[in-house]
Structure formats: C-alpha cells, structure tokens
Design a protein around this ligand. Structure first.
Ligand SMILES: [Zn+2]
Length: 71
C-alpha cells in the first residue's frame, strides 16, 4: 500500500535514522523529519532514502515499518 514516508533527521540511540509513514503516531515533528517520498513499502522507502542522502544508517520504525525494523 502506497504511503508517504519520512525519516527522522536525528539518529536514535543506535545511530540510525528511523523511517516512518506519514500516519505513524511516532512520526517526528516537522523540524525533525525529512520527506522521502510516496512509496509502496518501507523497503523501497529506505532504498530511496539511502540513494538520496548517500547514507546507509536507516532503520524502519517498530510500529509503522516493522518489516524493515532491525533493532
Ligand atoms: Zn513509525
């Protein structure tokens, strides 16, 4: 299902940028998030975020991107 994806511009305690859908309760406030795009799934969203930023430290949110949550 297509959703809008965002990543937290701050890193979590494991050094990762958490990726969220636009409807997640844990979506960071506007100043702490960057828009990734309208994507079919979290895997595609993280791939896009990596390509757009050149970084590799992204992790899916436990709640909204559980299939992409590593820990
Ligand atoms: Zn989330």
């Amino acid at each position: 299902m297509y959703k809008h994806y965002y990543y937290n511009t701050n890193t979590d305690n494991k050094g990762n940028h958490e990726v969220h859908t636009g409807d997640c309760s844990y979506l960071p406030e506007i100043k702490n998030r960057n828009y990734i795009g309208y994507k079919d799934n979290c895997k595609d969203a993280i791939k896009e975020a990596k390509e757009a930023t050149g970084k590799t430290n992204f992790d899916g949110c436990y709640y909204c991107c559980n299939p992409c949550h590593k820990g």
